[in-house]
Design a protein. Structure first.
Length: 208
């Protein structure tokens, strides 16, 4: 199964780019983040004409996540990360496709830090840790895709001092990501590129 993730930063404005990407890459599954549209505005018809069925959770102006599949319609299993019923931000969606559980996630940015936005980021990470551990314990094949909004190591960002106070590089953010991997997940980027310094456009898109 060929799976990829794309922070699209407004799915309707970048729909032509998305359709070209799907055609050229011949993906089985595509995970999207930052749809920046309400559910009714998601371009499901255009995506269907490209050969993909989709599930999505939109939000006006911000956030929004989706999973696209050319292996039949994804079987929706969650439209929110468990653990906080009061959290209404559209940042997590999960579905089963051909026996594989796939999540598309858009973790909080956390800036400025310290402050409530950074606290929300760390709380979200803790909820993700709990849910990811439950998925692992279930024994089901699973992939966590998306924009983790963290540069886990110095290899994941160009040499810089201007970013030292950024939430994406904060030791607590990096520690949260490290705890996720310690559960038993594999960082797809590092498994493929090992110790190579690589950061496509911005150091935050990962899959585990």
């Amino acid at each position: 199964m060929k799976v990829a993730t794309f922070n699209i930063n407004n799915v309707n404005k970048r729909l032509p780019n998305l359709l070209v990407w799907l055609k050229e890459s011949r993906l089985d599954v595509a995970c999207l983040q930052e749809l920046k549209c309400i559910d009714a505005e998601f371009p499901a018809d255009a995506i269907a004409r490209a050969g993909y069925k989709a599930v999505w959770k939109g939000q006006k102006t911000w956030n929004g996540v989706a999973i696209l599949s050319c292996r039949g319609k994804p079987v929706l299993t969650a439209t929110a990360l468990p653990g906080d019923p009061a959290d209404k931000q559209a940042r997590y969606i999960e579905a089963a496709i051909d026996g594989v559980l796939i999540a598309s996630m858009y973790l909080p940015n956390g800036n400025p830090q310290p402050g409530p936005k950074f606290d929300y980021k760390l709380a979200w990470f803790k909820r993700l840790e709990r849910h990811a551990n439950q998925i692992l314990k279930s024994g089901a094949p699973a992939i966590l895709c998306g924009d983790f909004n963290v540069a886990p190591t110095p290899l994941d960002i160009y040499p810089t001092t201007s970013w030292n106070e950024d939430a994406l590089l904060h030791p607590k953010s990096r520690a949260a990501y490290a705890r996720l991997l310690k559960q038993g997940w594999t960082d797809a980027l590092r498994a493929t590129h090992h110790d190579e310094r690589i950061y496509p456009a911005f150091p935050k898109w990962r899959g585990v």
